[in-house]
Design a protein around this ligand. Structure first.
Ligand code: C5P
Length: 246
């Protein structure tokens, strides 16, 4: 990349997609507002980014009909001036991220870094955030937190009858489970997601890095933490609370 890769003007921004409802966790309210160890899930990530001297500003993407966000913000004076809410979430996570990126284009330079982080990962710790930013300093592509896979992996069959039958054991060597934040330059990430849309390949994208990979680039893997897992199913709530209390 250009000399601006290490320019002192290059800033870091957080972009948090929080426009999902989290149906699999099964709560009465959207997952990101579920109370976890006394605080709404969303607050954990927002507080980490707001407290970091490395993050210039945080953008939060919620759906246009989010009926919880205003009450939530009213209880978060520590975020004032550090957070902008974008009410343009989309039908999928990738739509929400792209809508968010397009909405902030006038405020960012193409070489500024954007750290996209799931609201559903309340266990991101400040030292892990620092480590990701340090590991990608001056990197030409960007990268993501991820954990090496330790379990033996099985692939089941595609049909309903074969769904619970092992079709193959997948070698786990060199496999990583992607986490967030995923950190890319504003211009590159926006281009990657726009191109995936234009080519009708959005269905193949389950994270930000996969859109960048479609450009033929190789994001860097930076070791994450089990604490930074994504709260997805009902039993994850208790596990998250255990982590968050320690
Ligand atoms: O549903 P899942 O847990 O995979 O969502 C990951 C993140 O993407 C969550 O923070 C969720 O709120 C967000 N999301 C979004 N817009 C959607 C769906 C999910 O911002 N349409």
């Amino acid at each position: 990349m250009t000399a601006s890769a290490s320019s002192p003007q290059t800033r870091h921004f957080a972009l948090i997609p929080a426009a999902g409802i989290g149906a699999r966790v099964g709560g009465a309210i959207p997952k990101q507002y579920l109370p976890l160890a006394g605080k709404p899930m969303l607050q954990y990530a927002l507080d980490i980014f707001a407290a970091s001297a490395l993050i210039a500003h945080t953008f939060l993407v919620v759906s246009a009909d989010d009926g919880y966000i205003d009450d939530f913000l009213a209880t978060q004076p520590q975020l004032a001036g550090k957070l902008t809410v974008l009410r343009n979430g989309g039908a999928t996570r990738q739509d929400s991220v792209l809508n968010g990126l397009q909405a902030i284009g006038a405020q960012l330079g193409a070489d500024d870094w954007v750290l996209v982080h799931d609201a559903a990962r309340p266990g991101l710790a400040a030292d892990l955030l620092d480590r990701l930013i340090a590991a990608l300093h001056g990197d030409e592509v960007g990268g993501l937190l991820a954990l090496p896979v330790v379990d033996t992996l099985k692939r089941s069959g595609g049909t309903p009858e074969q769904h619970e039958r092992v079709q193959a054991t997948v070698p786990r060597d060199a496999l990583w489970a992607a986490q967030t934040p995923q950190m890319f330059r504003y211009g590159l990430l926006t281009r990657a997601l726009e191109q995936a849309h234009a080519q009708n390949r959005v269905g193949d994208i389950t994270d930000d890095a996969s859109a960048v990979e479609m450009l033929g680039l190789q994001p860097k893997l930076v070791e994450g933490s089990p604490r930074n897992f994504k709260v997805t199913l009902a039993h994850d709530v208790a596990l998250a609370e255990l982590f968050l209390k320690t």
